[in-house]
Ligand binder design. Structure first.
Ligand SMILES: *Cc1c(COP(=O)(O)O)cnc(C)c1O
Length: 231
């Protein structure tokens, strides 16, 4: 696994330098759905510092067993409102907020534990019915509404684009997410809105992360390329 992670780091360095970006501006979120605690431990010992989980129940188990490891936990799956209370206890960043209703519940639960919860807004750029995320045209309004949630901090945007065999076909989705982030970011009045800063872009997976980096990704979510095919 160490070998695979080293190889990925090399590819990140290359992709970043090809577009004059600092390698340090790109963070690997190791996607650990279906991966055992033992293998996650090996990944951490091989340099992984962010764990990305899709399911609250699995995450709670792993979080307890790995509590002695100094890693950040990110939630990248679809979050049900009734699981918000568990999510705020574990996760440093929730990538998948896509409604006012969910944000409101996260705000309430974060307040209870005296936390400011970092979130990203998930955008459904492909307008796929099977995928979560807010439509592109509704994203600015949703993000404006976040300013009233004092226990949330909006850090940026996330996308899960449609799948293509040819990763180059995903590029337009990555650049669209970056443009949307820039557009929303420049329309914000940072004097008035203290809890929104559109800095982060969560995009790119095992098959297309180099293209995502070229288009501005700051978090790339990598499963298969680290752990091998999921069972
Ligand atoms: C599974 C998953 C990934 C990782 O996909 P790989 O192709 O295995 O790298 C990334 N993001 C999300 C939201 C996922 O569910």
């Amino acid at each position: 696994m160490k070998h695979r992670i080293n190889e990925i780091n090399g590819r990140i360095r290359k992709a970043a330098s090809s577009c004059n970006r600092e390698t340090e501006s790109v963070h690997i979120v190791a996607v650990t759905k279906t991966v055992s605690v033992e293998r996650i431990r090996v990944a951490i010992e091989s340099g992984i510092s962010i764990i990305g989980e899709n399911y609250i129940r699995d995450a709670r188990e792993k979080y307890l067993l790995l509590s002695s490891h100094p890693v950040a936990w990110h939630f990248i799956g679809h979050l049900q409102t009734n699981k918000a209370k568990y999510a705020v206890k574990m996760f440093d960043l929730i990538h998948s907020v896509d409604s006012v209703k969910l944000a409101e519940e996260l705000d309430i639960q974060a307040k209870k534990i005296d936390k400011v919860q970092n979130i990203l807004i998930q955008v459904n750029l492909g307008k796929e019915k099977t995928k979560s995320g807010i439509n592109e045209e509704d994203a600015p309004d949703l993000i404006n509404k976040m300013s009233r949630f004092k226990n949330l901090f909006v850090k940026g945007l996330m996308v899960i684009p449609p799948f293509f065999d040819d990763p180059e076909r995903v590029r337009p989705y990555f650049s669209a997410l970056r443009n949307l982030r820039d557009r929303i970011g420049s329309s914000l009045d940072s004097c008035l809105v203290k809890n929104i800063a559109m800095d982060e872009l969560s995009m790119g997976m095992s098959g297309d992360f180099e293209i995502a980096i070229e288009e501005g990704a700051t978090y790339i979510r990598i499963g298969t390329a680290i752990f091998g095919e999921r069972k």
